[in-house]
Design a protein around this ligand. Sequence first.
Ligand code: NAD
Length: 258
Amino acid sequence: MYKDLKDKVVIITGGNSGIGKATSERFGKEGSKVVINYLDHEEEAEAIVQSIKDSGSDAIAVQGDVSKEEDIMNLIQKAHEAFGRIDIMINNAGFEKPIPTHKTSLEDWSKVIDINLTGAFLGSREAVKYFLDQGIKGQIINTASVHDVIPWPNYVNYAASKGGLKLMMETMSMEYGKYGIRINNVSPGAIVTEHTREKFSDPTTRDETLEMIPLNEIGEADQVANINVFLASEEASYIHGTTIYVDGGMTNYPAFMG
Ligand code: NAD
């Protein structure tokens, strides 16, 4: 438990599923006030809100598409109206659909860039504006990916979005560190979620994936959520402008070291 996270207001985009869901629930357990952004599956978002309320903290769910400027502005406004302040912005929403580059349409390219990169840009920009206006030493944490440094066949749009997210975060950290605003990325490796459970239960896919993970384990969403709360806490007060890889050592796998 991180006592300083009690009553902190945290926004989590894509907070109703996978890593975002685990992160929403974990902040709820810390006593934070949780604003769960969701695109669809409202019932999942509302179920998490209820479970956080049942545990004695507070939460709201706000529908919105992170790639739309007006939806991000609405998200910030709703969070402020509900809880009177915002302390932590977690840009977690993401999308992937592997396709060979020569078959990637402009629409395929733009969808992934718009959600993973532009969405995190809009969330970060609006959060920074809010923190500066309110004089809050807030924090931004983006969910990136090991593909911010590992190129991967059929992931041209995804790798470009996450690689861009890494430099976006590093650039912003240089601009806003002087205001006490900490900005970092968390980059997961292979993580089991509702959506990837089936893929990783296929023995061939599982074995091929484990080959590249020195720890020889597929990760769980909770293991990423643990790092999000740690980074947001005072325990991480000197961590800024960096990426924490939650990947079982995948980024050190010899094939990726050149
Ligand atoms: P997920 O599909 O369970 O969650 C993604 C969330 O983003 C969902 O709630 C989805 O509705 C939301 N979303 C998608 N488009 C959106 C939009 N336009 N506006 C608002 N929300 C939107 O997958 P996950 O694995 O939990 O992914 C969470 C993040 O972690 C993503 O950024 C993903 O790229 C990253 N990641 C996941 C893994 C993994 O192995 N699971 C590995 C590396 C990085």
